[in-house]
Design a protein around this ligand. Sequence first.
Ligand SMILES: C[S@@+](CC[C@H](N)C(=O)[O-])C[C@H]1O[C@@H](n2cnc3c(N)ncnc32)[C@H](O)[C@@H]1O
Length: 462
Amino acid sequence: MQDPQENSINPETILSKGMFHRLFPNNLVLTPQLNEVYELALAYYESKILTEAELVQNGAYFARVGNLFTNHYLMCTGESVRLPQHSSSRLKSFFEKNQFRTGYASHGLFPYRGKFHPQMIKALINVMGLKPGDTVLDPMMGSGTVPVEASLMGVKSIGLDASPFCRFMTQVKYNALTLPIKPLDLALKKTEKIFELFSHVTGRPGSDSKIAKTSNPAPKTVIHESTTGSGSSPMDQLADLIGTDKSEVLDFLILAYLDSVGYSERSKRKSPLTLFQAILERYVFVVKKIQHVLQDSKSNIATSAILTGDARSMELDDQSMDGIIFSPPYSFAINYLENDEYHLNFMGVNIDQLKEKMVGLRGKTVKEKYKLYIEDMGRVLSECARVLKPACFCTIIIGTNDNQLSKALGIPKDQVNGLHKIIIDLATNHGFSPIRMLSRQISGIANTMRNEYIVMLKRLQA
Ligand SMILES: C[S@@+](CC[C@H](N)C(=O)[O-])C[C@H]1O[C@@H](n2cnc3c(N)ncnc32)[C@H](O)[C@@H]1O
């Protein structure tokens, strides 16, 4: 007869065995702050798909492999993003809590709504089987998390966005990885003069800082005008101040200025000049820190083509991409043009024309918006299928606003399928097969969406 004790559960036996060794080899140490289930899942897939050398070089969720610290760990340690002294304690604690997820390298430059966690993108690039030398596409790159992260990993990239401001911002963040330091140090000594030059062109930032749509053609000049002329334009004066007319350096200063204008609209506690000084100081710190880390690592920054373009009809060859990662607007949850109005006007962009290209912004009523959104996303997915090599992966990160969908579809909220499922069905009609879906919580009190989904699709053979 069987001993009744034999089958009983003994907590001590179970607890003494631990759990992590079942998931990971003993020599792998996870990064600090890894506390979400999707992160653990991605770490698990990384440990199964990458060699130890690859984990050291490009792993996202490991701090050490044996005695070797990973590049990711080294990139994220040291002083975290240097925030202006008067930053809210909420912002400070966000960066502390997310030291390994976001804010490292040049990812922390410029706040952009809907920005990816770069650590997650790094892991996705890995688990999709992309290797240095391959090419990944983000057809809706926003603030450029995919191109910047891929470049750090030695993976080539193409980033597109309909918004010229996104192209500008991404290019600056990419260039920041290799920007010359000397003119930046000079710029820090002359912030007041630089601020004066910019505000002379745009009107002084502050509570009335919205640039009128048509009244001021000068901002366009700031970005596009040649700096090699006779020496009297604002850009020529700026070039004289910092001892270079390299457009990468000038654009970097412009982004810091635009960032400070956005800040001064939200916070009235400090003068726009004080904010510009603090933000530029932080920007320069970011460049120095990442370049210092890159100097010591063996990584080469991969090339990236950062372009303005329409994801619904891409000027890319058939079957030319090894992988695609993107996050479309979550139906019509965020109005990206309203958010970026100041910056787009600064660049002289015609916002009404741009609106016609923006997925999620076309149409008037909720029903019409939804219909056009689905139509546009069908075109985006069909283009993704065309440019992706067979058997390669396309990963889409998407959240669902069931309140909006319930109104658009005219059905009760509890019968709404969720945008992620609608997109999976659409993708299936365009030659993709779903491989895995992970859900992640969206934090932040202001968010009406609770979860977003990482949807991994495989391109079927043609
Ligand atoms: C959710 S955001 C992407 C954020 C990005 N993943 C990041 O890390 O910053 C969606 C982006 O899609 C862009 N977009 C909307 N319609 C587009 C289109 N037709 N073609 C290309 N980009 C488009 C928007 O400008 C916006 O930047």
